[in-house]
Structure formats: structure tokens, C-alpha cells
Design a protein around this ligand. Structure first.
Ligand SMILES: Nc1ncnc2c1ncn2[C@@H]1O[C@H](COP(=O)(O)OP(=O)(O)OP(=O)(O)O)[C@@H](O)[C@H]1O
Ligand SMILES: [Mg+2]
Length: 436
């Protein structure tokens, strides 16, 4: 043992403590030669004190960061200060392996090291004491905590993502429920109007024939008027004819009836459009004529479109398509309204249909403002809108996308900014058997 001699009654005991303490203790001289080496160091390095004492630390452990250690030791000699390094800064100063059988990633011993001066009675620094504490347990706990924290963070992000998805799904659901409610309302109104319109229409037919009969009767009276003997009575009738402007009455009354019947025809058509639009009779899969759906939808949104665009229909031959009609009408409605909104002043909207192989397509094309390329990939995202707050929710296309997907179809977009846009809905004429 090369421990510097110290005169104290506890000298031997203290030396024994130092030797066995669960902490690496090394004394180094100015040239970094090992002067003392306790059991902890022997056990963990596999080299006994006899092997190392008197040798340069760096010769013994070439893996040590020489410059850094040297600087620390020099600074302790020069400044007489204490230097410290923790496992976070330098996890493994000495290449010792982990002392306890912990499973997992921790294989090398994490160390906290201290360098402090050992001062002679004269006050001069004789040695630098280097202590090496095993911090593996703390480090392992710390690292495990960090790992768990990371997991927690990832879980939190995943949860946030799910919440976002849920919100989107809920908004889409609300939108489709809203559309379904509009459909129901339309159907309800159509149904309520349908009855009175029916009997007013049939009454009008009777009314017209009664009025005709009445006029024939009056004509008959008028024909026989000149042969009437009673001149005063004749004069009264003639005056009444003049005062009531009988000739005008006779011609106008039929105009009124004709106009009213035209009006009724229009109401009937609107009612029929509303019924077709909502497809309330059949909210399920059915085989329908898409042209009828397009026409009724166009009529329903006509008020939004008529001031903006001329609508040109270029319908091809279409087979009847298996679909949920009311839902596809929602898609057509959204595409037509979007097209009208895209037209700044006045333009044209083309409704084109056709087939390719087993697929049918419905295209809504406009010569409106077009879509900038950077927006193209975001169109179907829920809440993506370029419209001012309050005028667009940005759900139309995402709901349409879902409806078309449910029909095993797809939506294609072509657009040129400043020129216009075409949305093409491709649908299979028949649905795959198992998904119906
Ligand atoms: N024909 C079109 N021409 C130009 N831009 C379009 C066209 N159709 C859609 N867009 C763009 O796509 C965006 C999203 O359309 P989407 O129908 O999903 O929502 P919205 O029309 O803004 O709102 P709403 O929920 O009322 O339909 C629109 O805001 C618009 O910028
Ligand atoms: Mg829209």
C-alpha cells in the first residue's frame, strides 16, 4: 500500500474503509501516475493495485479521454479547485461494465467522477484524488423514465391525432345528417304540397269546363236577346253586359285559367324535383337514372346558379346505376354549387355524362377561377375552404368523397387557375355483391 503516511489513531481503520468503500478512489500525481488504487477500482478494472501503482493512468487506460482528463487534473493542481463530471455529461469515463444484473440496455457502468486536491501539511497540493461513483442505477431509472416519458408523449400525440380524426368524422357526420335533414324536409314539404296541388289541379279542370258551360249558357241568352219583346228588359241586359265588360271577361277568364294551370304545373314539377332530390321513397340502394337525379338537383339549386352561369347539358347514354340516389344527389349538388361559386361574374357550367367500360361518369365542369396546384391535394380534407368565414364550411367535398367511396367510385379533379375546373365522379354501374 502506497498510501501517503498520515499519523492518526484511526489511520489503519480509515485506510481499510478507503480500501473497501463502494466508490472508486485513485490518487494521481502531477504526471498522472497512479499512487493509490482501492478495491472498487481493482474489482471493476480487473487490475490490482500492485499492477497499476506507479504507472501512468493513460498507459493503463488508453481509452480515457486523455486531453480532457489531463486538463481536469492540471486545473485541480493549478487552481486547487474541485472538478466534477456526471454520468449525463460523460456516461462512462472508465470502461467498466455494469456491476448489477439489471436486464435491458444498461451494459456499461455509468459513473459520476470527482477530482479534488489532496493537500500536504505545507499547503501544497501533492495529489489529485479521483473518485468514481457507480451511478448505473440512477442512470437506468433516469433513462427508463425518459423512455416512458417518450412513450407517454407518443401516446399523447396519437391521442391528439385520434381526437382530431374523431372531430373530423363528427363534422362529416353532422354535414351528412344536415344534408339528410334537408332531404327529409324537402320530401316533407313536397308531400304536403302535393295533396292540395293535386286537388286544386283537378278542380281547375272542372272549373274550366264549368266556366265554358256557363259561357255557352250566357251566349245562348245573348243570342236570343234581340228577339226579346220586352225592350226595357233588353236594355237592362245590354247595359249590364257593357258595364261588366262581358267581352273582356270572356277572353280574360280563360287566360287566367290557363296561366293558373301553368303555375300549377310548375309547382307540380318543383314538388316532383324535391321528391326526386330527396329520394325519400327509397333511401336505400336502388337502380336509378342518374340524369333524373342531375336534373332534379339542378332544379333544386337553380336559384344559386341562374345568376352566375348558363348550364349546358351534354348527357351521354347512361345505364341505370345502382346507388343511394339521395346521397349521389348531395354530391351533384355540392359540385354544381361549388362550380357556381367559382364563377366570379358570369360563366358556363357543363354537366357531362358518359360511360367507359363498366364505369359511368358524371362531370361538372366550369369556366370559373380554377384551383391553384397547392390546393389540389387538400380539396377533400374536411374543413378545407377558401371561402370567407361563414360562407363555406369546407365539408362539401369531403362528404362527397366519402359518399362516392361508399359507392366504390372515385372523384377526379382537373383544374387550371384562371381557366376552370372539372370534377368527374366515376361510379361502377353495379356494386360489388358483398358490400351492398
Ligand atoms: N369548381 C371549383 N372551382 C374552384 N375551386 C373549387 C371548386 N370546387 C371546390 N373548390 C375549392 O375547394 C374548396 C373546398 O370545397 P368544399 O365544397 O369542400 O367546401 P366549400 O365549398 O368551401 O364549403 P361547403 O362546406 O359549404 O361546401 C372550396 O373552398 C374552393 O376553394
Ligand atoms: Mg362546397
Amino acid at each position: 500500500m502506497d498510501l501517503p503516511a498520515q499519523q492518526s489513531p484511526l489511520h489503519t481503520e480509515l485506510e481499510s474503509v478507503l480500501q473497501q468503500i463502494n466508490l472508486g478512489v485513485v490518487l494521481l500525481d502531477r504526471d498522472c501516475r497512479v499512487m493509490y488504487w482501492n478495491d472498487f477500482m481493482s474489482i471493476n478494472s480487473g487490475r490490482s493495485a500492485a499492477e497499476v501503482v506507479g504507472q501512468s493512468l493513460f498507459d493503463l487506460f488508453p481509452e480515457l479521454p486523455r486531453l480532457w482528463v489531463k486538463k481536469k487534473i492540471d486545473s485541480v493542481f493549478t487552481l486547487q479547485n474541485l472538478a466534477f463530471t456526471s454520468w449525463q455529461q460523460r456516461p462512462h469515463l472508465f470502461d467498466f461494465s455494469d456491476s448489477r444484473p439489471i436486464t435491458g440496455q444498461v451494459a456499461a457502468m455509468y459513473q459520476n467522477c470527482t477530482f479534488f486536491p489532496v493537500v500536504e501539511t505545507s499547503g501544497a497540493i501533492k495529489y489529485v484524488c479521483l473518485t468514481v461513483a457507480d451511478a448505473t442505477e440512477t442512470a437506468a431509472q433516469h433513462l427508463e423514465l425518459a423512455r416512458l416519458n417518450e412513450l407517454l408523449q407518443a401516446e399523447k400525440e396519437e391521442q391528439a391525432r385520434l381526437i382530431r380524426k374523431l372531430e373530423e368524422a363528427q363534422a362529416q357526420l353532422l354535414q351528412s345528417e344536415k344534408m339528410a335533414a334537408i332531404g327529409q324536409l324537402a320530401a316533407g314539404v313536397a308531400h304536403e304540397i302535393n295533396n292540395p296541388v293535386g286537388y286544386v289541379n283537378s278542380n281547375f279542370a272542372s272549373l274550366e269546363s264549368y266556366v265554358k258551360d256557363l259561357f255557352s249558357l250566357i251566349e245562348a241568352y245573348n243570342r236570343d236577346l234581340p228577339s226579346l219583346q220586352d225592350a226595357a228588359f233588353r236594355a237592362r241586359i245590354e247595359q249590364a253586359n257593357r258595364e261588366l265588360d262581358y267581352e273582356f271577361l270572356r277572353s280574360d277568364i280563360f287566360d287566367l285559367i290557363r296561366e293558373s294551370r301553368e303555375g300549377l304545373e310548375r309547382v307540380k314539377r318543383i314538388v316532383q324535383d324535391l321528391r326526386d332530390f330527396s329520394h325519400v321513397d327509397s333511401a336505400d340502394w336502388q337502380v336509378v337514372d342518374l340524369h333524373k337525379g342531375l336534373d332534379s338537383t339542378l332544379n333544386v339549386v337553380w336559384n344559386e346558379v341562374k345568376f352566375k352561369a348558363e348550364v349546358v347539358k351534354q348527357y351521354g347514354e347512361l345505364p341505370d346505376v345502382e346507388c343511394i340516389g339521395s346521397q349521389l344527389n348531395q354530391v351533384f349538388m355540392n359540385l354544381i354549387v361549388n362550380a357556381a361559386h367559382a364563377i366570379p361574374n358570369r360563366g358556363t357550367i357543363w354537366l357531362e355524362t358518359g360511360t367507359r367500360d363498366d364505369w359511368v361518369f358524371v362531370r361538372v365542369r366550369d369556366d370559373g377561377c380554377g384551383i391553384p396546384p397547392e390546393n389540389l391535394k387538400r380539396l377533400f380534407e374536411p374543413f378545407f375552404t377558401t371561402k370567407p368565414v361563414g360562407s363555406g364550411t369546407g365539408l362539401g367535398l369531403s362528404v362527397s368523397y366519402n359518399i362516392v367511396s361508399k359507392h366504390h367510385g372515385r372523384i377526379e379533379v382537373e383544374s387550371e387557375p384562371g381557366k376552370g375546373t372539372a370534377f368527374t365522379v366515376w361510379l361502377p354501374a353495379r356494386q360489388p355483391q358483398e358490400d351492398r
